[in-house]
Structure formats: structure tokens, C-alpha cells
Design a protein. Structure first.
Lengths: 489, 95
């Protein structure tokens, strides 16, 4: 793969500006019950039906931590190559909002459960390491619904108290493309680990985006703005583009950038100041007196480490080595655990390289078109492998394979049965082919003469005729060889 | 540390406590003398002492990941000043 150069700058009138981005990703922990209460975390329940007296902050209720959520955070930390802290503390982060019944969020401030780590990104200009500052556990807030009533806001506390992992990156990202790669990588790692489903539509993965700009070559960071709660990669990218351009404009017109919290308006494609959050940074953190410090036995951490599955980076290397794939193919096929599992099943039963090509081509196109995950693929890995093998062995051509693929989709039959019952086997007998080609040539004497007098483009016409009269079953390679021999001989 | 009147008003706003303008003066005085009393603690050298989060010599109690609570919407909504069958209803808050 040719290496491109990194080139994402905002061009102002007075020069080029580099964009500096840091992300605070909020990932919902996969667990049955909430971080400090026994209510369900299931998405899509009736409003306020998964709320306990703890989640709604009734007086006198005490939080008790869910041990599974702790393990999930440790697992994620290990997946991010991060330091796990044996000692961490829960703090109260105080702010006032209708969907936060406690008036504070239980979070971790000075002593998070996970410290520094790193994530590797494969960019067109090479691999890039993004630093992780920390990961901490905290409670999610409830949900405010503004569009059901013109004069009131409705509050649903089902989400209140679900465990979140806040994953804070270092300000190492430099473009919307890198943000895209970073979020996808985090998502992929957490899905491999089974610690977060990464479902952005359901809000399981959201991010606060910190953006600043500086003149190319400057060492000092500019003043940053924080764009709150962006819930899709596309919106993150749009918000960054808008915000960076806004900041450059301010700088060039000699104005100051206020360090502030902004929100991204998806309808207007702009960010704007959130005045209501003026006091937001006055959180008055203090250790939660209802919770003792969280101490982790080293054995627990070691045991979790031993149980970790193979993660995307390792699997990618293995796919390159074991299956002879290139970096691109390997990256695509390991991006999702289900995809990699499907591929390995197919590769075990058929040609490894051809399997990758056909999966990334026709299979992905079909899944995409139908909006299906690979786990719901109408074609099983076993059948798909048989199809790949039929192409590899020369039994059918690539063109016929596409036809068989369509019939497999419709009928669910295995490719062998389809090839046999429809008589789709490739014609690979040289004698038969030669006979057919001779017939075609004698029917088209005029074209043969034209070809021989130099109109070589007509070669394609002859190939077409052979395919037509064989119903597409003539072995393309043999056809080419025989045609060349007969026409030039 | 000493507090001025502005700080008192700010803290009151953060805590959602309404403070009479007439009372700000005396509140400032009272709170400052309380702070002065507490600040005696600063005489102690704590440079080499780890911050203490709890005085209990116990570790955090935990629970298994089981769903055993919820489905008590009526109870949850009961004390709300304004509600409908499903939601808490609050004054419009829109950015």
C-alpha cells in the first residue's frame, strides 16, 4: 500500500492551522444490572420501569457496587494496554439538572480504576499511537425528553445509574479521520472484550470532543472548547470541522477563544455556547462518604488478564502471517469479532486469499444492502466456503459464482446442489471448447478477416460469443488460450 | 481562606439555596469565622500523609450482577410534584 502524507490543516489567511483533538468517550458497560443498584439495564423498556429507589435518589438509600462492572472496567483497561490501579476512589461530582436526581453523579476523580494506556490506529500514512489518559467508572444520568410536550420536559430515569466507562484520550488526535479510526478501534476492542456493545444508535457510546487549533509548527496548545455529548462519528467529524474553522476565524480576526462548553446542533451543522453550563466546571468533587475505596486484589487482575480473548491488533498480525492477507484485508476482517470468526470458518474450508476477496466483495455488499450483521447472514460460512472452493478448483467461473451466490440467497441451498441441478459447471474440456470456438469462427468469417488485418479489439467480441453460446460456462482462461491459438495460428 | 460576599452568593446558587440579600453580610462573617476555626488544622504537617477517604478499616462491599429491583414506577413517581402515567414532568429545559 502506498503511503500518503498526513495533510489535515485549516487554511486561514495568515497560514495553516493544526487541529488538536482529545476525546472523552462514554461507553456503557455491558452488565445485567446497574452500577449501584439491582435495576435492569435493558434498552427500550417502558419509561421509569427500570428504576429503583437508589436510582431515583430517595433519602437514605445506599449504593452497593456491582462486581461485574468493576471486572468489565478492568478488562477494558487491559485491552487498552493500560495500568490497572489496585486502589481507586469514588467521588461525588455535583451539578444540578432535572435528569440527575441525586444532584451529583458518582464518578472517580483523583483515583480512577485505570491509568495510562494506548491505542494503535492504522492510518493511510502509517500507524499512529493514541495515548489514553485514564478510564474511570461512573453513573449515567437519566434522559430528558423535550419534544413530547411544548411547555414541559419529561424525565425518564431508566438510564439513571447504568455503569459508564469514561475513557479519556490524550490530545493526540489531529483530524476527523483519526477520530473516526480511534472511535472504531475503541468500539472494536470493547466488542471483542464484551465490555460494551458499542451501539451508537442506542447511546451506548457517546463522546465529549475537545477541540483547539494552533499554527502549524507551534508547540503550545491553543485554548480548547469542549463539545458535549456527540453521539455519532459523523456528527463528531462535522462538529470538529465547524469548531476548528470557527476558532481559526476568531484568531485571525484578533479575538480571544473562550474556554467553554458548547453543543453541536445537528440540524444547523454548527456549535454554540451552552450558557446553562457556565457553572458546570464548579463540580465540587469530594469522596463519596457512602462508598469505601475500591481495592483490587492483584490476583483478580491477573486472572482477568489470562482470560482476555485475542484482540484485533494481535489477530490482524496473525491473519497476515497465517492466511497471507495484506494489511488492508486483514484490518477489514478483524474490525469486528463476528466477521473475523466467519472468515476463519470459511478460510479453514477453502482458499484463504480467495475467501477474503469474495467476503469483502459480494458477501459484504449483500449484507450492506440488506442492512444485516454478519451473524444474520443468510449464507452460512460452510456454504460460502463451498462456493469459494468451487471457484478455486475451476469448477465454476467467477461470473457463474455470482449467479450461484444469488440462487443461494434465494433458496438457501448449498452451492454443489445448485451447480449440479442447473448444469452450471464450467466447460473446461479443451477439445469441446475448441470445437465450439471453431464453429463460432466459421460463422463469423468477416470478423476473423478483420481481426487478422489488425483490428485486434475484436478479440473481445469472440470471447463474448463463446460465453454466449456456452451460457457463460466456458472456462475463461482456456477460452482465451484457444482463441489466441486459432486466430493467430 | 476567606470568603467574600460574591463567593457566598455563588455557593448559595450552586447549592440551590436562596439567600436574602440582607443576610449575606452576616452569613459571610459567620462562615469566615467557621473557616478560621477549621483552618487551625493547617498547623499540622501532612506532607507525608496520604489523603484519607474513610476511617473504616473495611473494604468496599460489592454485589453480584443480578436484576432484583425496579418495576416500581408508581412508587417512584408518587412524590413528584408534577407527573403523568409514565414520566416525571419538569419545567422545559432546552439548550
Amino acid at each position: 500500500m502506498s503511503k500518503e502524507k498526513f495533510d489535515y490543516f485549516i487554511k486561514g489567511e495568515k497560514g495553516k492551522y493544526e487541529v488538536v483533538i482529545g476525546l472523552e468517550v462514554h461507553a456503557q458497560v455491558l452488565s445485567k444490572s446497574k452500577l449501584f443498584s439491582g435495576s435492569s439495564t435493558k434498552f427500550g423498556a417502558d419509561p421509569n420501569n427500570q428504576v429503583s429507589l437508589i436510582d431515583s435518589a430517595f433519602p437514605g438509600m445506599l449504593p452497593v457496587i456491582n462486581e461485574e462492572c468493576v471486572k468489565q472496567a478492568v478488562k477494558t483497561g487491559l485491552g487498552l494496554n493500560a495500568k490497572i490501579n489496585n486502589y481507586s476512589v469514588f467521588d461525588r461530582k455535583n451539578y444540578f439538572y432535572a435528569d440527575l436526581p441525586q444532584g451529583y453523579q458518582i464518578s472517580q476523580y483523583k483515583n480512577p480504576i485505570v491509568g495510562e494506556g494506548k491505542v494503535l490506529l492504522d492510518m493511510p500514512y502509517g500507524s499512529k499511537e493514541i495515548g489514553i489518559e485514564r478510564l474511570h467508572l461512573e453513573q449515567d444520568a437519566g434522559k430528558s425528553i423535550h419534544d413530547m410536550d411544548p411547555s414541559n420536559t419529561y424525565v425518564d430515569l431508566n438510564r439513571s445509574g447504568i455503569a459508564l466507562m469514561e475513557i479519556v484520550s490524550k490530545p493526540d488526535l489531529r483530524s476527523p479521520d483519526e477520530v473516526n479510526a480511534y472511535i472504531k478501534k475503541l468500539r472494536s476492542i470493547m466488542r471483542y472484550l464484551g465490555t460494551c456493545d458499542g451501539n451508537m444508535q442506542e447511546g451506548s457510546l457517546r463522546a465529549d470532543v475537545n477541540v483547539s487549533v494552533r499554527k502549524e509548527g507551534d508547540k503550545k496548545f491553543g485554548t480548547r472548547c469542549e463539545i458535549k455529548n456527540v453521539n455519532s462519528i459523523k456528527f463528531m467529524q462535522m462538529a470538529i470541522q465547524y469548531e476548528a474553522a470557527r476558532q481559526v476565524e476568531l484568531i485571525e480576526s484578533g479575538q480571544e477563544i473562550n474556554q467553554e462548553t458548547r453543543l453541536f446542533d445537528t440540524k444547523k451543522n454548527e456549535t454554540r455556547s451552552m450558557r446553562s453550563k457556565e457553572d458546570a466546571h464548579d463540580y465540587r468533587y469530594f469522596p463519596d462518604p457512602d462508598l469505601l475505596p475500591l481495592k483490587l486484589e492483584q490476583k483478580l487482575i491477573d486472572d482477568i488478564k489470562k482470560s482476555l480473548p485475542e484482540l484485533p491488533d494481535k489477530k490482524k498480525e496473525r491473519f497476515i502471517k497465517e492466511y497471507g492477507l495484506n494489511t488492508y484485508e486483514s484490518n477489514v476482517l478483524v474490525s469486528d469479532k463476528e466477521i473475523s470468526d466467519y472468515y476463519e470458518e470459511v478460510a479453514k474450508l477453502s482458499d484463504k486469499k480467495l475467501a477474503a476477496t469474495w467476503m469483502m466483495g459480494d458477501l459484504f455488499a449483500m449484507l450492506n444492502e440488506r442492512g444485516l450483521d454478519i451473524s444474520k447472514s443468510p449464507i452460512s460460512a460452510k456454504h460460502f466456503a463451498e462456493l469459494v472452493q468451487s471457484i478455486k478448483s475451476g469448477e465454476i467461473s467467477g461470473r457463474i459464482a455470482k449467479e450461484v451466490f444469488e440462487i443461494m440467497l434465494e433458496t438457501g441451498d448449498n452451492p454443489k446442489k445448485i451447480i449440479d441441478s442447473k448444469g452450471l459447471k464450467q466447460q473446461s474440456d479443451p477439445k469441446e471448447l475448441e470445437k465450439m470456438i471453431n464453429e463460432i469462427l466459421s460463422k463469423n468469417k468477416d470478423k476473423v478477416d478483420q481481426y487478422k488485418s489488425g483490428k485486434e479489439k475484436l478479440f473481445g467480441f469472440f470471447v463474448g460469443q463463446v460465453m454466449k453460446s456456452s451460457g457463460g460456462k466456458a472456462n475463461p482462461q482456456l477460452t482465451n488460450e484457444i482463441l489466441k491459438k486459432l486466430l493467430n495460428g | 481562606m476567606s470568603l467574600d460576599k460574591e463567593k457566598i452568593k455563588h455557593v448559595a446558587r450552586l447549592a440551590r439555596i436562596s439567600v436574602d440579600e440582607a443576610k449575606v453580610e452576616s452569613l459571610t462573617k459567620d462562615l469566615n469565622s467557621i473557616f478560621k476555626f477549621i483552618e487551625q488544622l493547617n498547623e499540622l504537617d501532612t506532607d507525608k500523609v496520604e489523603p484519607l477517604t474513610s476511617i473504616l478499616n473495611q473494604s468496599l462491599r460489592s454485589r453480584k450482577d443480578e436484576v432484583n429491583d425496579g418495576k416500581i414506577r408508581e412508587k417512584i413517581l408518587k412524590n413528584s410534584p408534577k407527573k403523568n402515567e409514565e414520566f416525571f414532568v419538569v419545567p422545559k429545559v432546552v439548550e
